[in-house]
Design a protein around this ligand. Structure first.
Ligand SMILES: NC(=O)c1ccc[n+]([C@@H]2O[C@H](COP(=O)([O-])OP(=O)(O)OC[C@H]3O[C@@H](n4cnc5c(N)ncnc54)[C@H](O)[C@@H]3O)[C@@H](O)[C@H]2O)c1
Ligand SMILES: [Zn+2]
Ligand SMILES: [Zn+2]
Length: 351
């Protein structure tokens, strides 16, 4: 089969590799119909994730059909159309039983790390993939949900909803600010309304992304390159700050921005993946009675989000801006890697 193989920092190829085979009784093999590229894949290609070694097939998002099942798989069969979650979940360890799939203790990849695809085991940017713990890590898809809608549920929608909205404790009437309107920030914006946010303020440097945020439910937008961006945000509240400030960029400045606009008693939910040291000003924040949360997505809300997509309540396919065939993988990377110029949000690669 062909797959997108990491060759070390700055190197990747769409190349011939051996087909995956069942290794454990709980595995299945999926023939991918659609996959996509995540910002994390770009981080890997820069060499920012040293656990990813040359030869690794990248990708942790995808949809396809089962072509083989391991001997202990009973609830899935050859031909089933499934959504692949970006997080492995054995379903039986202490963390999985708590819904903390992001720290699944199953020893596939590394025990205690849920994100293994395209990281510690071969991923989904391929014609076929081996899925460990398949019964807990795959979701059967209803016919009415399209491949491109479903692929948006492998990672970005659960991440935005769980780590932004749920960890942020959004409740009815809240003013929610989201710093960063990339795919993850837009997923926060699209799901904040589920818990009754009254106002959703999108904050970004990119005017195009702010315009897009309105399609996902932002009620107000603030350009963070404006000198008075903070005053603009405050003016959209009762003057005391937002109830929930979500960081969805992953740089020190935007985390600080989130702590500067939250009201006393409010929540700061960090979703961004940080590669650099980030300052936390406890000396000024301690008196604010704020809650700060962060984490890796669990994907334990995927079945619920899937129901919303099925009911046409989530604008999942609006996330897809560019479409490619599997033989155009490198072109897809190029388009996604130049998102500021190409206006790409998510690129769909399908058969
Ligand atoms: N916690 C998790 O489980 C998890 C899962 C997936 C992704 N992530 C992380 O979420 C973050 C967002 O992902 P994405 O794919 O949407 O990223 P992205 O790079 O596509 O989007 C980031 C957005 O932030 C904006 N931005 C950059 N600097 C800014 C600034 N100073 N002020 C305001 N806006 C600014 C950019 O214009 C862009 O629109 C990344 O750090 C990613 O690694 C976390
Ligand atoms: Zn991802
Ligand atoms: Zn587990």
């Amino acid at each position: 089969m062909k797959a997108l193989v990491y060759g070390g920092p700055g190197k990747k190829s769409w190349t011939e590799v051996p087909d995956p085979v069942i290794k454990n009784p709980t595995d299945v093999i999926v023939r991918l119909d659609a996959t996509t590229i995540c910002g994390t894949d770009l981080h890997i290609l820069k060499g920012d994730v040293p656990a990813v070694t040359p030869g690794r097939i990248l990708g942790h998002e995808g949809v396809g059909k089962i072509t083989a099942v391991g001997s202990s798989v009973v609830n899935l069969k050859v031909g089933d159309r499934v959504l692949i979650s970006c997080i492995k979940s054995c379903g039986s360890c202490a963390n999985c039983k708590k819904g903390l799939y992001s720290h699944c203790l199953g020893d596939e990849g590394v025990s205690g790390i849920g994100w293994v695809f395209g990281h510690l085991i071969d991923g989904t940017q391929a014609e076929y993939v081996r899925v460990p713990y398949a019964e807990n890590s795959l979701y059967k898809l209803p016919e009415s949900v399209t491949d491109e809608e479903a692929v948006m549920l492998s990672d970005i929608f659960p991440t935005g909803f769980e780590i932004g909205v749920q960890y942020g404790g959004v409740k009815p009437g809240d003013v929610v600010a989201v710093v960063g309107s990339g795919p993850i920030g837009l997923a926060v914006i699209a799901t904040a309304g589920l818990y009754g946010a009254a106002k959703i303020i999108a904050i970004d440097l990119d005017a195009n992304r702010l315009e897009k945020s309105r399609e996902f439910g932002a009620t107000d937008t603030v350009l963070s390159s404006d000198k008075n961006w903070k005053e603009q945000v405050m003016a959209l509240t009762d003057g005391a700050g937002v109830d929930v400030a979500v960081e969805a960029v992953g740089i020190p400045d935007t985390f600080t921005m989130a702590t500067e606009i939250v009201r006393p008693g409010g929540h700061v939910a960090n979703v961004g993946v940080h590669g650099k040291e980030v300052a936390l000003h406890v000396e000024s924040l301690w008196i604010q009675n704020i809650f700060i949360s962060m984490g890796l997505v669990n994907t334990n809300t995927t079945p619920m989000l899937l129901k919303l997509v099925e009911g046409k309540k989530l604008p999942a396919s609006k996330m897809v801006t560019h479409r490619f065939g599997f033989d155009q993988f490198l072109e897809a990377y190029d388009t996604f890697g130049r998102a500021a110029e190409t206006k790409a949000l998510k690129v769909l690669i399908s058969r």
